[in-house]
Design a binder for this molecule. Structure first.
Ligand code: COA
Ligand code: ADP
Length: 608
């Protein structure tokens, strides 16, 4: 899973001058700069990926510890994609900051850039998200203080962190399900005469964990384990191609249990499959002390390429897997490659670049759902909306950017947020207030939070065809209700306090309180995200023209126990743009009547 790095300059510059003129630096931000020396490099003069992983882990750990004030361990690292190699003599700059704290865990964003000191050029090498957990104290699990986002970028990362966390926690389970169903469909492995026997690539290596490999709490550094894993994976990859391999990607992984000084770490690697230009190497790390049984610490899957003299990937030899486990891993590597490509396609595209409808299937469900919710969250963090009209207390905002038109409709209702969410998230009930929803059927209940619907809308012209849509609806409750309640309470207190103090305090003091009142933005809303997908079971028919929704949905904010703010977003597809921009008045009137009807529907059903 990659995160959007919107603006390299903003990420690189730790100091941001705010509109107020104040200089702001994220308090959790930590930077590390290292000159790449020959002792950090491999025989080709490139920084070893293992050394880079150690630096990334240390920088991120220091950021997590700066926020938490206690010692932290690496729990997991999301997918890392290395865009460039780094030569000896270059400077590596690593910036880490805590995007969000949950209960005892934190998501830390890590940006790595490479700098050429002679030309002053800087370029991005990779971006990663790691999760660190505050070590338990005698009193049990640590309850971390919240991160308060100050800039729009921080607000966006804060919001997306909740969605990434959700995906991380279900990742292992989902991947196991997908692998077992997709490898069953793949059938027998193909036999190639000239293939290299997988056994030839097998590596087993042991490491003794010594004090320099561990922190002051005697726990082995996660980065050190990753470096040892990368070392054996590189040997396995080299054995396949008899050349120097370049690490491209590491898949998301989880440190299942701790390792300490005195542990013997057994690292095993083998090439699982070789494709035309890339190979997958699997690595397993296990620990033991004395006569104790092996403890499984971590398994990782790394993708390598072999570059020719023009830095283009070379064609790789085929692999002949070993029987049983080898054949299973060979098939699993094919399934993982498909998942990786789907995911890269779905999660890395900007909303404006994705073809409107993406095929839905159970193997890409997790990523489509992530993409659906993230797109809505990104729209929700935009702050340059223009108020276009206000009618019956329904406010319509628009925003035009990169030839795209976005709408936001906002209103308050006297219905509790949870009930509002419950009523709006069942799209079948929308026809009770939206005359555009003529028919709505559930096609597939993908999981508890994701549903596929077919929706039919009437024709806008007499005798013309109606439109139909295949929509993925992804709904989310706030990330952590306990945290929302306490933050709500704080923000209400802050509002009250600010109101009273207005009469007694100088304005400079009020400025800092106003920052505190931004605590309100820490809340997560309830979300209902909608996007078009395609399904082979529901192709377009002659009776309807198939419509598409890029990104739409509701965010539902609990203003108080009885008042809820509903925001509806819609991103117009480029095709309808010319019609809409010439009829903004008609549109605002249509929105106003639909949302007034929505408000009446919610009020009428507020008691269930
Ligand atoms: N990815 C990200 N976070 C994860 C996770 C994963 N795969 N699995 C668990 N977590 C988070 C949980 O969400 C929870 O966060 P929260 O408190 O903010 O809700 C936190 O870890 C603790 O979870 P809990 O259920 O209390 O503990 P656990 O038994 O699942 O243990 C670890 C989680 C990470 C503490 C445990 O697996 C561990 O000690 N791993 C080794 C860590 C280490 O030593 N790393 C260095 C190299 S070995
Ligand atoms: P698996 O169920 O495939 O063994 P593991 O999590 O134990 O999964 O291992 C992850 C990867 O580590 C495997 O896909 C394989 O590439 C590598 N691996 C596991 N065991 C060995 C071994 N004994 N020798 C070499 N490589 C191994």
């Amino acid at each position: 899973m990659t995160s959007n790095v919107k603006d390299l300059d903003t990420m690189l510059d730790p100091l941001i001058i705010q509109e107020s003129g104040e200089v702001y630096r994220n308090p959790t931000q930590v930077q590390m700069s290292q000159i790449v020396l020959p002792c950090h490099a491999n025989h080709c003069g490139e920084l070893s990926a293992g050394q880079l992983l150690k630096w990334m882990d240390s920088t991120a750990c220091l950021s997590a510890e700066r926020h938490s004030g206690v010692s932290c361990v690496t729990a997991s690292v999301d997918d890392i994609h290395f865009e460039h190699t780094i030569g000896v003599g270059k400077v590596v700059n690593i910036t880490a900051k805590v995007n969000r704290a949950f209960t005892s865990s934190m998501e830390v964003g890590i940006l790595v850039t490479c700098e050429d000191l002679y030309t002053a050029r800087q370029w991005k090498v990779c971006h990663a998200c790691a999760t660190f957990v505050a070590r338990r104290t005698g009193a049990g699990k640590v309850q971390l203080k919240q991160v308060i986002p100050h800039t729009q970028m921080e607000q966006m990362e804060y919001s997306l962190a909740a969605e990434r966390r959700r995906m991380r926690l279900i990742h292992a389970e989902i991947i196991t399900d997908i692998l077992s169903s997709s490898t069953a469909q793949l059938g027998e492995c193909q036999e190639y005469e000239d293939a290299v026997r997988a056994e030839r690539t097998r590596v087993e290596s042991v490491e003794l964990v010594l004090p320099p490999h561990a922190n002051h709490q005697v726990s082995t550094f996660g980065g050190q384990i990753m470096a040892w894993m990368e070392n054996v994976a590189t040997i396995a990859a080299s054995r396949l191609c008899n050349a120097h391999p370049t690490l491209r990607t590491i898949e998301m992984f989880h440190f299942r249990g701790p390792s300490h000084i005195g542990d013997r770490l057994v690292l095993k690697a083998i090439v699982n499959n070789a494709f035309k230009h890339s190979m997958e190497v699997g690595v397993c790390a296990e620990a033991y002390q004395g006569g104790e049984p092996l403890r499984h610490i971590n398994s990782a899957f790394m993708t390598f390429e072999v570059l020719d003299s023009d830095r283009k990937p070379r064609t790789l030899p085929r692999l002949r897997p070993e029987p049983v486990d080898g054949k299973r891993r060979y098939q699993e590597a094919i399934a993982r490659k498909k998942i990786r490509l789907d995911r890269k396609y779905i999660t890395s595209c900007k909303q404006t670049e994705v073809p409107v409808s993406v095929p839905w299937d159970p193997s890409n469900q997790m990523y489509l759902s992530y993409n659906n919710v993230s797109a809505l969250k990104l729209m929700d963090t935009r702050n340059n909306w223009v108020l276009t009209s206000e009618k019956n207390k329904v406010r319509l905002y628009t925003l035009e950017e990169d030839h795209m038109l976005f709408f936001k409709v906002e209103m308050n209702v006297s219905v509790p947020a949870e009930q509002t969410f419950h009523l709006l998230s069942d799209l079948r009930r929308r026809k009770e207030w939206d005359r555009h929803y003529e028919e709505c059927e559930v096609i597939n209940q993908a999981d508890e939070d994701d549903t596929l619907y077919r929706i039919a809308t009437p024709s806008v012209t007499k005798g013309g065809k109606g439109q139909d849509f295949i929509l993925l609806a992804s709904r989310r409750k706030p990330c952590d209700s306990r945290c929302v309640v306490s933050i709500l309470a704080i923000s209400v207190l802050v509002k009250l306090f600010t109101g009273l103090m207005l009469y007694f305090l100088p304005t400079s003091f009020l400025g800092s309180i106003m920052t505190l009142s931004s605590l309100g933005s820490l809340r997560d809303p309830y979300l209902i995200a909608l996007r078009s997908v395609t399904l082979p079971t529901h192709p377009p028919t002659d009776d309807y023209s198939r419509g598409e929704v890029l990104c739409a949905g509701f965010t539902i904010w609990e203003e108080s126990s009885t008042i809820t703010k509903i925001t509806y977003y819609n991103q117009a597809t480029p095709g309808v743009l010319p019609y809409i921009s010439t009829d903004i008045v008609g549109l605002s009137s249509a929105f106003s009547s639909s949302f007034s009807a929505c408000s009446q529907f919610l009020e009428a059903n507020k008691y269930g």
